[in-house]
Ligand binder design. Structure first.
Ligand code: HEC
Ligand code: HEC
Length: 324
């Protein structure tokens, strides 16, 4: 049964591969039969808008107290996360959900654990209000006082410094945050020695056990929603989170969507601890054990666990792709 679902998903993987091939300018490889496809080597983007977005990403004037920027919680040197179970906001209570990485977010079908962000522009709109505690009019006013920004926006955007243009520049920057060339991607592209025999066995197990039925495509996740704790509850579920405040139910209102989340991508997952939507699992070993138990109804042997972890460690990519 698991194998048939894996085959169906593989077809989705192939469709994703074709799409990625298209957005990356027709870059070709011969691995579409695998359920996981490589991150494209580079993204096509507007270099100037991207640089402008990068500056905004690090600018604390986007926060109400001039103290936090996007990078405070999604550090680029720190693989797009803050390493905390949950993060502290500029104003307002502590977050209740773990901070996901910004790297490879462009490949997700939707943003946030429950997918309420239809696209990156919508996400930026909310992050500035909710995470940085700012009113957009204040942000526009503060950014307009900066001569450098005034010149750049006047040159690159019709209408100069406006909320929608700030959102566009930030989204443009987010679209550049890919992590190509992991050892695993090099293996998928035909470099058979890029991962060890042990790591290959880990990948075979990842497919054989059925992890790949949810974690697949370019991000090994991010392309579907699934109930968390399918076979057994996670060790520490916060009932107030699952009651519909932060799960997919909050978006759709459909009863079956309770405790349903976007399947997180696993690129660079060895670097983005702690794990799960509440961020309470500190190690990859434990996360893998919990997954097998709660999503597949299976207790892993020590050996299986270490093979899976060895495979997941091959998914570290290079921060930022560079177009040749
Ligand atoms: C105080 C910490 C904090 C700050 C500051 C912050 N974020 Fe986030 N970010 C989060 C949390 C927490 C989530 C997950 C919330 C959820 O799913 O409901 C998130 C989600 C995201 C996601 C979705 C990733 C995914 O896989 O779904 C992206 C992309 C993102 N933030 C980008 C940004 C940008 C751009 C900024 C600056 C405008 C920013 N964030 C500022 C904490 C923060
Ligand atoms: C039925 C779908 C499904 C299957 C099968 C599945 N997962 Fe998951 N995985 C999820 C969902 C949903 C989450 C988010 C759970 C949460 O946060 O409550 C997740 C989270 C994870 C995380 C944590 C990622 C993070 O950034 O927090 C890891 C690691 C992981 N899975 C690995 C695996 C491995 C290894 C297997 C196979 C043993 C597996 N998964 C099988 C759906 C699945």
């Amino acid at each position: 049964m698991r194998w048939s679902s894996v085959r169906v998903r593989s077809r989705i993987g192939a469709a994703v591969a074709l799409w990625i091939g298209w957005v990356s300018g027709g870059e070709a490889w011969a691995t579409v039969s695998e359920p996981v496809v490589p991150v494209p080597l580079c993204t096509t983007m507007d270099g100037e808008k991207n640089r402008l977005g990068k500056r905004l990403y690090h600018d604390v004037r986007l926060s109400s107290g001039n103290s936090l920027s996007c990078a405070s919680c999604h550090s680029l040197e720190g693989w797009g996360v803050d390493g905390l179970p949950t993060s502290v906001r500029d104003h307002g209570p502590r977050n209740r959900l773990n901070t996901p990485t910004v790297f490879n977010a462009l490949f997700n079908i939707a943003q946030y654990w429950n997918g309420r962000g239809a696209n990156l522009e919508e996400l930026v709109e909310e992050e500035v209000r909710v995470q940085l505690g700012s009113d957009w009019n204040d942000v526009v006013r503060k950014i307009s006082q900066d001569e450098g920004y005034r010149q750049d926006f006047a040159r690159l955007y019709r209408g100069g410094i406006r909320g929608e243009n700030l959102r566009d520049a930030l989204a443009e920057f987010l679209r550049s945050l890919i992590t190509p060339n992991s050892r695993f991607d090099r293996y998928l592209r035909g470099e058979s020695g890029a991962i060890t025999a042990e790591e290959q066995a880990g990948y075979a197990l990842f497919k054989g056990l059925g992890c790949v039925s949810c974690h697949q495509g370019v991000n090994l996740g991010g392309n579907m929603f699934h109930q968390s704790g399918f076979f057994a509850a996670l060790d520490r579920d916060d009932p107030s989170i699952e009651s519909g405040e932060a799960d997919r139910f909050a978006v759709t209102g459909i009863a079956e969507d309770r405790r349903v989340f976007k399947v997180p991508g696993l690129r660079n997952v060895a670097r983005t601890a702690p794990y799960f939507h509440e961020g309470y699992v500190a190690t990859l070993e434990e996360a893998v054990t919990v997954m097998a138990r709660t999503q597949l109804g299976r207790e892993l042997s020590e050996r299986e666990r270490s093979l899976l972890v060895a495979f997941l460690r091959t998914l570290d990519g290079t921060l930022y792709g560079e177009c040749p």
